[in-house]
Design a protein around this ligand. Sequence first.
Ligand SMILES: [Fe+2]
Length: 297
Amino acid sequence: MAVRSLAYIRVETRDLAAWRSFAEGVVGAAATPDSNEERLLLRLDGRPWRFCIEKGEQDRYLCAGLECPDEAQWQATVDRLAKAGVALEQADAATIAQRHVRGMVSLADPAGNRIELVWGNVVAGTPFVSPAGVPAFVTGEMGFGHVVVPTNCYDETRRFYKELLGFGDSDEMRVFFPGGPEQGLGMSFMHATGPRHHTVAVGEFPAPSGLIHTMVEVPSIDDVGLALDRAQAAGVHISSTLGRHTNDKMISFYMRTPSGFDIEFGCGGAQTADWTTVTPTFTIKEDLWGHTWDFGT
Ligand SMILES: [Fe+2]
């Protein structure tokens, strides 16, 4: 009775045109024709969309769509949240139709990060064709990637994802820096029931945009390198150089979106078919190599 994958994210922006240019020209996502000119729906695969970019007054992350594999598991998860006293808002039919799901409640984690808990694998019915020539994004049952959200109540937030949404520990880190707290800052990487190493991570870091980063995955290192070339040619801020993470083994770089958070663009992320065979790790060195950060302005 648990979340399987990250279905989508929703984002607010003051500049839809900048997002369209970034998404199509750099990421390689495909904009879906939409009658609503205040919104940009972006495809990465056979789903109708994975990113919903909405015109607004701010540049910020809005929420993650976390998906249960079927209605029974979704309902059981909703019941568990309700029993724990979590405030749930049942979505109306128009919202469910816009999200291209079959059922949805919205809620917040203890740190205030918004979640839309959904079920229903709606298929677009037309093939995904990347305008930047990306051959595919690695999605399917693993969802489109992961989100790393901020928290000011680390232990409580971890417990929420694990005890109420069914996540399990994959890896934990403590991040130390000069002048920082003696115990360091925590980062917790948690897996859903799908095979992706982590679908949600929580970090004791501030994130003015509402999100530390989200991740998309492509099949090969050449697809990552080509995306890095496109980002540099477009003048996109590169938040981190190429590198390979110790925990999920992903080779990736990070770039700044028009809404202020980063996209990790990578390949080779670890997958696990049977989570009962895995002992969670504690990582003391974040990267095997690379990932030099430039947080910019
Ligand atoms: Fe990541």
